[in-house]
Write a protein of this length. Structure first.
Length: 230
């Protein structure tokens, strides 16, 4: 079994999801008392958020690159960025070590294509929804991306930073997401991508008439499969 290196803490709420899902998938595949080999480098999210807010992606990239180097030194065989937004600096992380980077958008696109979805609705941070580092990556796989309108994007973004990253899962936040998912489905999205790794902690299949693709689970499952060589 290969060793998975996870850059976590963005936020730690979803890092827990990664750890659980990777181990659960390995246990299902191997049986018995098996669990995954994982090295986690969990950063302090409070250091990263101000860099995001002022658009200092160079400094953010340096922070994650340092994390990747620590994972490599600890014996990781592959690197995961446990967040969608921070794939904005995926190139910096890739350049920091000789280890492969398992990209969350590639894993998600593969799952979407396998299920026959080519037009999806995307929810996530404002950076993920609006910038080409993510939507463009999906487009490279032949996936058309629909996002909420300006007001919708602001509401979705606010819930992530004001609530989900702080472990708050409110009914008002759930209502916002239900409304935005319904609007995207009405516009033609055949599936909804939960493009922030905390969103799956707030909503589930019963909240959307279109099927949900939880990027945290998809990414974690892809990592487990990679570690097992399948």
């Amino acid at each position: 079994m290969k060793t998975i290196g996870l850059i976590g803490g963005m936020s730690w709420e979803s890092t827990v999801v990664y750890y659980q899902e990777i181990n659960r998938r390995v246990a299902r595949r191997l049986g018995g008392m098996h669990s995954a080999r994982i090295v986690v480098d969990s950063i302090d999210f409070a250091e990263l958020v101000p860099l995001q807010e002022r658009g200092d992606w160079e400094a953010a990239g340096a922070l994650l690159a340092a994390s990747a180097r620590r994972l490599a030194a600890a014996g990781a065989d592959v690197v995961l960025i446990g967040a969608n937004t921070m794939h904005k600096v995926a190139a910096d992380v890739e350049a920091a070590t000789s280890l492969p980077l398992l990209h969350i958008a590639d894993a998600t696109a593969a799952r979407l294509r396998a299920a026959g979805h080519t037009c999806i609705g995307l929810l996530g941070t404002r950076y993920t929804m609006e910038q080409a580092f993510y939507t463009g990556r999906l487009a490279e796989h032949g996936i058309e991306v629909l996002i909420p309108d300006t007001g919708g994007r602001e509401r979705v973004h606010r819930v992530i930073y004001d609530e989900l990253c702080k472990g708050v899962f409110s009914e008002s936040g759930r209502t916002i997401y239900r409304e935005e998912m319904a609007a995207l489905a009405t516009r033609g999205a055949s599936a909804i991508v939960l493009g922030c790794t905390e969103i799956g902690l707030l909503v589930s299949a019963g909240d959307s008439r279109a099927p949900l693709f939880d990027t945290a689970l998809i990414h974690a499952q892809a990592a487990a499969d990679w570690a097992l060589g399948t």
